[in-house]
Design a protein. Structure first.
Length: 389
């Protein structure tokens, strides 16, 4: 980083911190305040955070998103999931399939393009893990809905990546790419993510047995996450999946890593603030003018599919009424994972990427604007918000 980039990162963190404090005073989630600050100071309004700045410090996004996915993965405990097994499976499949099916069907009705519909439906599955995690932490939410929400978001993003890569692989075959190349690509994506994530998680767990200093373990975990992101980028696999796997495996094998969570949160926060300020700066208000009918269809069909899916199926899983009525509302936010998939499409198929990009980018502005409110509302209705404003 040069001097200007360091200055930009420092100002972004301070502005984000100010935005979070102001938003808390007017009783809105801090994460919304971070993004509003980014939007105001970004290219869409004041242009203090320029497009070139966003490109120059993209590493901040990689690190923050990696830590977020590690933290989400760290909420996955095998013993706890066994008790939630039926509920978790039903709810994850219900909300994911509900969004996928409704977005795919309505998109196909308006465009008559099957693959466009299926790929857009795949993207609709994803829920923003960072927004969910920060809202839960800000309001110190605890309870059955919080527990199952974190697990659903983790599995939801894994399922989204799998479905997306499968349909993108099928589409590539229809575009004259050899079937073997598509199959190799899928194996590389999923196998590579699992191998890298498992290897680094194993390294962290082994290292833990050789130390008795929490500060050293903290450094090992941070180093492991950064190593995972770097290896994922090097070998062309998903860094999101890698970090999620590292967090999940480490959580279930390590005996000490939960003890460093309090310290880890202090180190994470500057990255999280910068990430959401940059996310807000990346939102272009001009995209809303290009939303169009397809964008409105996506904007309405995705949350409707998630909500109806959970309401119709969650009861059959034996889930409490509190979870059934509220979890669909908490799954509205969408950002980084969806945008990453748009970029993946754009690299190989620019024309389709442009069409999908307009729909997703414009929808993300709305989802990120109102999503934290709905997540907080769902947790509050479930009586799991401990820190009242």
């Amino acid at each position: 980083m040069d001097v200007y980039e360091l200055l930009s990162v420092g100002m972004i963190i301070l502005l984000g911190l100010l935005g979070g404090k102001l938003s808390h005073r007017i009783k809105i989630p801090k994460v919304t305040g971070y993004m509003i600050i980014g939007l105001i100071f970004g290219p869409s309004v004041l242009n203090f955070i320029t497009s070139s700045t966003l490109n120059d410090i993209h590493m901040i996004n990689d690190i923050a998103l990696g830590m977020i996915l590690f933290a989400i993965g760290g909420e996955i405990e095998i013993n706890h999931l066994r008790s939630l097994r039926k509920k978790l499976l039903y709810i994850t499949l219900a909300e994911s399939f509900g969004a996928f099916a409704l977005v795919s069907f309505t998109t196909w009705l308006f465009t008559q393009d099957l693959f466009l519909a299926l790929i857009l439906g795949s993207i609709a599955i994803a829920t923003a893990p960072g927004v969910t995690l920060l809202v839960i932490r800000e309001y110190e939410a605890r309870g059955p809905l919080t527990d199952i929400l974190l697990a659903v978001v983790a599995l939801n993003n894994v399922l989204c990546l799998v479905v997306f890569r499968v349909f993108l692989g099928i589409y590539s075959v229809t575009e004259s790419e050899p079937v073997i190349n598509a199959v190799i690509g899928l194996i590389k994506d999923f196998g590579g993510s699992i191998l890298i994530g498992a290897a680094i998680a194993g390294l962290i767990t082994y290292w833990e047995q050789k130390i008795d200093d929490l500060s050293e373990l903290l450094l090992v975990i941070i180093g492991g996450v950064l190593l995972g992101i770097g290896l994922a980028r090097t070998f062309g696999v998903s860094p999101l999946a890698v970090c999620l796997i590292i967090g999940a495996i480490t959580n279930n094998l390590s005996m000490m890593h939960r003890l460093v969570y309090a310290e880890l949160r202090q180190i994470e926060m500057p990255f999280y603030i910068a990430f959401f300020v940059l996310s807000g700066a990346s939102l272009h208000l001009g995209s809303l003018s290009h939303l169009g009918v397809l964008g409105i269809v996506y904007l309405l069909a995705r949350p409707t599919g998630k909500y109806l899916g959970t309401v119709l199926v969650a009861k059959k899983s034996g889930a409490d009424e509190t979870i059934t009525r509220n979890i669909g509302m908490a799954l509205l936010p969408q950002a980084g994972v969806a945008i990453g998939m748009v970029l993946t499409i754009s690299e190989s198929y620019p024309e389709m990427g442009q069409m999908i990009g307009v729909v997703v980018y414009s929808s993300v502005i709305v989802y990120e604007g109102v999503g934290p409110f709905f997540t907080r509302m769902a947790l509050s209705r479930a009586g799991e918000v401990r820190l009242q404003e």
